[in-house]
Design a protein around this ligand. Structure first.
Ligand SMILES: N[C@@H](CCC[C@H](N)C(=O)O)C(=O)O
Length: 269
């Protein structure tokens, strides 16, 4: 079966989008997703995004990491889908329904509210998630937050000096996190600017993580380290994260289409 796909990215965090808004799509299994994600043997992507019609929203988006696992949220893909859809919309995801507003190669998204209870992250056992009495090598006393998906945030003096390629997978798979976790190392540059690097659960080091930016800005704002609106700069570029008075998180930043193509699903089975 030959399937059309759209390659898009947000700040270099890249996606293959299967657009089932108007055509029937088959369900892909974990092995097929992993094979397609392979940057040598497949098309290559950080996340596979599957769009379908929705009864309760304008469209539905399902998100799979490069390792094949299905996840609840992806900030950069949410903006990419907004650009593809081309008009303000509600998008149903496993983490809740999000509202988006596209612009020219950019989009704004209302990402909902953060949750901080240990059961909501989730953690394996009770702990104060604001300052966790834990450390992994040079990374200590993190905060945990769920912004649709689970994140741990470490504030460090120099985000670029952290060996995230070794510490990231160790923390992601720590038994403290029964659903694994996205790992953020953040450097506060000013009350309006954060530098961030992210080891993504199921995808590894990416050029940018939209939910990581939301999670980090939210934890920093809650701790009084930054203003309600802050610029978060990742290796792939900058997102603006704003907190409204009801605790809602709003994200704005670039997203664009790279190319379109087709692939033979049987080649990946
Ligand atoms: N790249 C994404 C996050 C994708 C999901 C994440 N790896 C997870 O497992 O929760 C973003 O832009 O938010």
């Amino acid at each position: 079966m030959r399937l059309p796909f759209i390659k898009m990215h947000g700040l270099g965090n890249d996606f293959v989008i299967l657009d089932g808004r108007e055509i029937d799509l088959p369900s892909l299994d974990t092995a097929q997703i992993r094979a397609l994600a392979d940057r040598h043997r497949g098309i290559g992507f950080d996340q596979l995004i599957v769009l379908r019609p929705s009864d309760e929203a304008d469209l539905a988006m399902r998100i799979h990491n490069a390792d094949g696992g299905e996840v609840e949220a992806c900030g950069n893909a949410t903006r990419a889908v907004a650009v593809l859809h081309g008009q303000p919309a509600s998008i149903a995801t496993a983490g809740g329904t999000l509202r988006v507003r596209p612009g020219e190669n950019m989009a704004e998204a209302a990402m909902g509210r953060a949750r901080f209870d240990w059961q909501d992250i989730p953690l394996a056992y009770a702990m104060d998630t604001r300052e966790m009495p834990l450390g992994w090598d040079m990374l200590e006393r993190p905060s945990a937050v769920n912004v649709g998906n689970p994140h741990i945030v470490f504030f460090v003096d120099d985000a670029r000096a952290v060996p995230l390629e070794t510490l990231g997978p160790e923390i992601e798979t720590d038994p403290l996190f029964p659903e694994r976790i996205n790992v953020n190392v953040a450097q506060i540059l000013s009350r309006k600017a954060i530098r961030l690097r992210v080891w993504e659960r199921g995808a590894g080091l990416t050029l940018a993580c939209g939910t990581g930016a939301c999670a980090t800005a939210t934890v920093a704002y809650r701790q009084g380290l930054v203003d309600a609106e802050v610029e978060v700069t990742l290796p792939g570029g900058t997102l603006t994260i704003r907190h409204d008075e009801e605790g809602g998180i709003h994200m704005a930043g670039p997203a664009s289409e790279a190319f379109r193509g087709t692939f033979e699903l049987d080649d990946y089975s």
